[in-house]
Write a protein that binds this ligand. Structure first.
Ligand SMILES: NC(=O)c1ccc[n+]([C@@H]2O[C@H](COP(=O)([O-])OP(=O)(O)OC[C@H]3O[C@@H](n4cnc5c(N)ncnc54)[C@H](OP(=O)(O)O)[C@@H]3O)[C@@H](O)[C@H]2O)c1
Length: 309
């Protein structure tokens, strides 16, 4: 198939382009940079140069490519994962999701694209017992940044799924880890954990659903080839509380054990969103992706299983 990817030069975009090529697809990838366009061409990918905020250029790029499928992986997230850097990036990241994404979606619709997949997020199922599934409402009344993000995700998914004459698929990914992500040995959280700057909050009962970046790419390829319109949660098999994954991550990095701070301290240092991620976040179920996409995620690479003696 001919597949157009916006955001193909980012953390998930790179393995995604490789896997699409390996499956024999004709891949067209958008970038703003002439230099990156040259590297894409050297890889056997057709580059398209445009800024997604320039709706005419995006329209021309997709009209020229005439793809059957479009995949949107755009973000404007920082290389560091701190409450300060995430707040500083929030305005442009919201703009790229809403305005940039709307431009790509409109261009795809105008060019007669049959199927459109976009990046979405698995972290914001409303807190409660058990795992969230695709029907679980999002936490639009949670802490300020989480609530704002949950509202944006609700809006971008609604727009996509209500677009006529288009098979819309929203892929709600878990926390990315692996090469090029925050949660890698050389990534920003890896550095913070080494410096004991990434604490367990309260009792660390927030549940995180993880996803290796290569597994994110393979689920996306499967959804592009044979997914059904609608939402998929793409996460690994074993959501883990912070008190489980964070000490294991520190050990894997040969870092000292993570410090523990109270909820009150976390509120002062990072605000209510830090408390949400540390103590309230709910894990997500990948049952639908396993059933419909034959998704087979790997186990979290830094979790060393201990077998009873
Ligand atoms: N679920 C998750 O855990 C999750 C999800 C997303 C990101 N993250 C994390 O966030 C960090 C950064 O991730 P990332 O890979 O998304 O960021 P990135 O490396 O900055 O990639 C952003 C992508 O969006 C494109 N883009 C941005 N603005 C654009 C514009 N105005 N017009 C056209 N294209 C535009 C970029 O293309 P060009 O620069 O080539 O133009 C690039 O392909 C990583 O640590 C990643 O793990 C986590």
């Amino acid at each position: 198939m001919k597949i157009f990817v916006a955001g193909g030069t980012g953390a998930i975009g790179r393995p995604l382009l490789d896997q699409l090529l390996a499956r024999g697809h004709h891949v067209v990838a958008l970038t703003r940079s002439r230099e990156r366009a040259q590297s894409l061409a050297a890889q056997g990918i057709e580059p398209a140069i445009a800024d997604v905020f320039d709706s005419d250029s995006v329209k021309a790029a997709i009209a020229h490519a005439q793809p059957e499928v479009a995949i949107e992986q755009l973000t404007a997230l920082p290389k560091t994962y701190t409450s300060e850097s995430m707040s500083a990036a929030a305005t442009v990241n919201t703009r790229i999701r809403l305005e940039g994404g709307a431009n790509v979606l409109a261009a795809a619709q105008a060019a007669g694209v049959r199927r459109y997949l976009r990046q979405s997020i698995a972290f914001w199922g409303i807190p409660g017992s058990g795992l969230a599934d695709e029907e679980t409402p999002l936490a639009i009344d949670a802490s300020p940044a989480v609530a704002a993000d949950a509202r944006i995700v609700t809006e971008i998914e609604r727009r996509l799924l209500e677009t006529p004459n288009l098979e819309g698929i929203a892929l709600r990914y878990g926390f990315f880890y692996g090469p090029g992500t925050w949660f890698n040995s050389d990534g920003d959280v890896g550095q913070q954990v080494r410096q004991q700057q990434f604490p367990i909050v309260g009792n660390g009962e927030g549940v995180w659903s993880w996803l290796h970046i290569e597994d994110a790419a393979s689920a996306t390829v499967a959804a592009a080839e044979r997914g059904n319109p609608g939402v998929y949660l793409i996460t690994d098999d074993r959501p883990l509380q912070v008190r489980e994954w964070l000490p294991a991550f520190a050990q894997w990095l040969n870092a000292p054990p993570p410090p523990q701070i109270s909820v009150e301290e976390a509120l002062q240092i990072g605000g209510a969103d830090t408390v949400y991620y540390g103590t309230q976040m709910r894990g997500a179920s990948n049952a639908k992706a396993k059933r419909e996409l034959n998704f087979q995620p790997r186990s979290l690479e830094w979790l060393v299983e201990t077998t009873p003696a």
